[in-house]
Design a protein around this ligand. Structure first.
Ligand SMILES: Nc1nc2c(ncn2[C@@H]2O[C@H](COP(=O)(O)OP(=O)(O)OP(=O)(O)O)[C@@H](O)[C@H]2O)c(=O)[nH]1
Length: 558
């Protein structure tokens, strides 16, 4: 841009110089014209003086003819001069080019007027007194003197005027020659300047074309960038929407339908399968969801069956030359690509995204970039969901037995009692206390005691329905909360658990007790108590009775 401005400035300067150069011959021509005008004015002034002299000669000849003949016919030229002379005299005096010439013109005019007066006088005399009288006056030579003076003045002026005219001609010739030389030089200069100007204009046009080309390229790049940004923004919006939805799910499996709904929007035409790492087995991933028209995939895969999981990096197959993963059930197609992306967050594997039907060719790179971005974000969101789930579980679960803890039990008891009141249904409570547990600890140590606690917890879990809650209330005391269960049914269930527990041989190798029993205290709302505290107290009293009556038994109600 700066160089274009610079070029414009130089072009303008060259143009001004050209105009100035072109003006020089005009200026010289004007001075030549001035000289010509001067020369012409000189000639006209001279001509006017000559005209006066000629007129006066004509008038004198006419006067002579009249004096000799007395015939008025001879006076005609004289009359003509009388009519025209004043104007001629006035012009001669007024239009003389210089002061000296003006003074001479005045003197000649004065002589002409005197001569004319003398001619008048002789003509009048001829009419009045006849030829002789007139001849005497004419012979006085007064009129001749006027004419001689006039002739002398005009001749002197002629000579001076010729000299001046010659000088002007010489000057004119010199100036014309100079003007020609300058004109030729100016034309040559202007041709050179024009050439420079043309070169500059061509350079300017070239620079402009280059700038226009650059601008066009930049405009194209800008449009491409805007298109790319718009597409990225749309993708980011979809990713953000998906992540928000995944963040809101209560557990990792709940995220599956959200992902299956969102990914087709982000990767249209691409089918996929989401595998998630199994909680209790770090080598197995379960198939959680699929979308699009995916190929058949196993319901669970081993880490070893996928190259991406083995190497911890995305794995792509796009032709039959590529080694397929073991979880592929169909051979690799030549027209589309498959991509396995491990979902890893904070160096921990969360799952694996298997994509199919990816475009082959250059569009693939773009799809892969997006798929990897989505997978990274998804791994993070799923990792967070898993963390949230685990934290939530930890806050309500007892770490040793995996049963709910006392805090959760208290809240659940209140909630179930309120529901029972609203729905007018019973709720039962079963307190479970291990018999002679102190002995187990004393005889085999706390580790074995803990193992016994876990065995009993497992047995309790197995013995209750879905929706029932088993808690470790504290120490070796556990409690079952059985919604919509009356005292009799609760007693029957407790009895079944008791029998199952008594039948277990926890340590067949002899490194722990061969038998474990527990006592059960059962109480129910509304049969034995109306509120949580009373219900618990009633169940505790029943438990106490079971202990009192020899342990390993179930006692019910107040
Ligand atoms: N190993 C282990 N022992 C526990 C735990 N919590 C409580 N205990 C033990 O459980 C025993 C409870 O003993 P007691 O209350 O005297 O009753 P018991 O020996 O079971 O006798 P009865 O209930 O009358 O049959 C104590 O020795 C506690 O130390 C635990 O988390 N792990």
């Amino acid at each position: 841009m700066r160089s274009a401005r610079h070029l414009k400035f130089v072009a303008l300067a060259v143009f001004i110089v050209m105009v100035l150069i072109a003006a020089v011959p005009f200026w010289l021509n004007r001075s030549v014209n001035d000289l010509l005008a001067q020369s012409r004015a000189e000639l006209r002034a001279q001509q006017r003086l000559d005209d006066i002299l000629t007129s006066m000669r004509d008038a004198e000849t006419a006067q002579r003819g009249f004096v000799i003949t007395g015939n008025d016919v001879f006076l005609e030229p004289y009359e003509q001069v009388r009519r025209t002379l004043p104007g001629v005299l006035h012009d001669a005096k007024d239009k003389a080019p210089t002061d000296a010439e003006r003074a001479t013109a005045w003197r000649i005019a004065r002589l002409a007027e005197l001569k004319l007066a003398e001619l008048d006088e002789t003509i009048q005399l001829r009419r009045r007194a006849g030829f002789e009288a007139t001849e005497r006056v004419v012979s006085s030579l007064r009129g001749k003197q006027y004419m001689d003076d006039m002739r002398r003045l005009v001749a002197a002026e002629d000579a001076r005027s010729m000299a001046r005219h010659d000088a002007l001609q010489a000057d004119l010739l010199a100036r014309s020659a100079r003007s020609f030389t300058v004109s030729v030089a100016a034309t040559a200069c202007n041709i050179v300047a024009l050439g420079i100007l043309l070169l500059l204009i061509m350079r300017m046009l070239r620079a402009r074309r280059a700038i226009a080309g650059q601008l066009e390229t930049q405009t194209g790049q800008l449009a491409e960038a805007v298109g790319l940004t718009t597409r990225h923004n749309r993708e980011l919006k979809f990713v953000a929407e998906m992540l928000r939805a995944v963040e809101a799910v209560p557990s990792v499996p709940d995220a599956a339908p959200v992902i299956a709904r969102s990914l087709p929007k982000l990767l249209p035409g691409v089918s996929g399968t989401l595998f998630l790492l199994r909680d209790e087995d770090e080598h197995v991933l379960d198939r959680h969801t699929q979308w699009g028209t995916p190929s058949e995939q196993p319901s669970e895969i081993d880490i070893e069956s996928c190259w991406s999981l083995r190497h911890g990096a995305r794995y792509r197959t796009a032709s039959s030359n590529d080694l397929p993963c073991a979880h592929y059930r169909r051979p690799v197609e030549e027209t589309t690509a498959r991509l396995c992306i491990p979902l890893v967050t904070h160096d921990e594997l969360v799952g694996m995204l298997h994509l199919e039907g990816l475009a082959a060719g250059p569009a693939y790179e773009e799809q892969e970039r997006l798929a990897v971005t989505v997978a990274e974000q998804l791994a993070l969101a799923l990792g967070n969901a898993r963390l949230r789930e685990s934290l939530r579980r930890q806050s309500v679960l007892d770490p040793l037995t995996g049963l709910f803890n006392r805090r959760h039990f208290d809240a659940a008891l209140k909630r179930e009692l309120a529901r029972a009141r609203r729905k007018n249904v019973p709720v039962s409570l079963v307190l479970v206390d291990i018999d002679h547990f102190k002995r187990v600890n004393d005889d085999y140590g706390h580790a074995v005691g803990d193992a016994v606690l876990r065995t009993i917890a497992q047995q309790l879990r197995l013995g209750i329905r879905e929706g029932d809650i088993a808690c470790r209330y504290g120490g070796e005391e556990m409690v079952l909360l059985l919604p919509e269960c009356a005292a009799a049914d609760a007693g029957t269930r407790a009895e079944a658990i008791r029998i199952a527990l008594a039948a277990i041989v926890p340590h067949p190798e002899g490194e722990g007790p061969q038998k474990v029993t527990a006592s059960f205290g059962v109480a129910a709302y509304p049969a034995h108590a109306q509120d949580a505290e009373a219900l618990f107290w009633a169940a505790d009293k029943a438990l106490y009775r079971a202990k009192q009556q020899g342990r390993n038994r179930v006692m019910t109600g107040a």
